[in-house]
Design a protein around this ligand. Sequence first.
Ligand SMILES: O=C(O)[C@H]1O[C@H](OP(=O)(O)OP(=O)(O)OC[C@H]2O[C@@H](n3ccc(=O)[nH]c3=O)[C@H](O)[C@@H]2O)[C@H](O)[C@@H](O)[C@@H]1O
Length: 449
Amino acid sequence: MASPPDTSKAAKLERCNSYLRRVNSAKIISASSRLLFRACIVATVALILLFALHCPPLLLLSHYSAAARSSHRGLLSSDVTYGGAAWEREVRRSATPRRRSGLTVLVTGAAGFVGTHCSLALKKRGDGVVGLDNFNSYYDPSLKRARQSLLSRHGVLVVDGDINDTLLLTKLLDVVPFSHVLHLAAQAGVRYAMRNPQSYVTSNVAGLVALLEVAAKHADPQPAVVWASSSSVYGLNTATPFSELHRTDRPASLYAATKKAGEAIAHTYNHIYGLSITGLRFFTVYGPWGRPDMAYFSFANYILSGKPIAVFRMQDGTAVQRDFTYIDDVVTGCLGALDTAERSTGSGGKKRGPAQLRVYNLGNASPVPVAKMVGILEELLGKKARKQVVTLPQNGDVPYTHANVSMAERDLGYRATTDLATGLKKFARWYVEYYDRRSKKEAEGAASA
Ligand SMILES: O=C(O)[C@H]1O[C@H](OP(=O)(O)OP(=O)(O)OC[C@H]2O[C@@H](n3ccc(=O)[nH]c3=O)[C@H](O)[C@@H]2O)[C@H](O)[C@@H](O)[C@@H]1O
């Protein structure tokens, strides 16, 4: 039988003490386990930090994220020229056609000479147009800004950006499902390629690849691409008039080589990704709002300011000739190319079938000696040029160009309708008015300052 509990005072005290000892020892155990737990956390955090600081992939990841964040900031913050809801609304507004089944065209190089004229022509007939231009300083950027203002007055937005900025291109093609890209952004000029060769590689090769990459792999639907090649690809070809069937593997300048490379690159993207691509070989395009680096434009400037001009001729005394082509005719050819471009066949980088690949001459089919062009300008400007006839230097120039345009006539409805005298008359009128207005503005600005 179990004995009854001892109820004496001493026994009660002993039970109480033993209870207190148990409670205390439990407290000590839980305090020390808390300490241990905390130590574990500190150790784990220290280990993670140590790992993060010394493990290369983690470092790469953190750098990548920072880079990605900063490039996305470019798209989103309000202190840049693109990104944000208001910007997207503007892009969509500019891209919306006003006519049924109108085209939706992204025009690169839109603030350039041909880009401005094509954008205006597309907008005027009711197509949607968004321009892209990096406004570089190869020639007077204020002329490009003036063209941008002209476009803006006609409802065409020109986004400030570079074709090598693939994030921007991706964003633009996300915001608008462009049916066509008219790719005119390029480093132009034959002789400048000897002074700044890298700029030709950056714009005409890397820039073209950047654009075709985004068009082929990201855009859905893939747009049809029409782009500016050049008559210079005929290089040392001697068969005339230059036909698309003639050889183009002997470029005389780096500029020509990058345009020829562009044609080869176009073939690749058409072949792998099913992009519909049309290359247009422009022949010395001239006219109002033209390029100040081109001979007819700089000659007008030099004639009026009394500076001497160098007129090139061949070593044997024969004239250097160009198939000068008026801008309005070239615009007809560009729009004809856009209108007849078939859809690309791929999407998301996958080709679904063979796609259209074309190349056309857009020339005047009527070459004129440079000396004659100078004579026409002298007459129009009412002033004699201080001519210095110089043997054509080793500068990448070819002795003559002469386009066979029968393929463009047949397929694009192209017609060269403007002779040099008529076209230069329109150019000279614009030139005098534009620079007159500009010098008046500058004088007003100086007076009010
Ligand atoms: O059709 C083309 O493929 C090319 O046409 C022009 O190139 P280019 O024909 O050299 O045009 P300009 O620079 O205006 O020269 C026109 C003519 O004037 C001659 N010239 C140029 C400069 C000069 O000081 N003196 C001179 O006699 C050139 O040799 C050339 O025959 C454009 O500048 C290129 O971007 C375009 O791709």
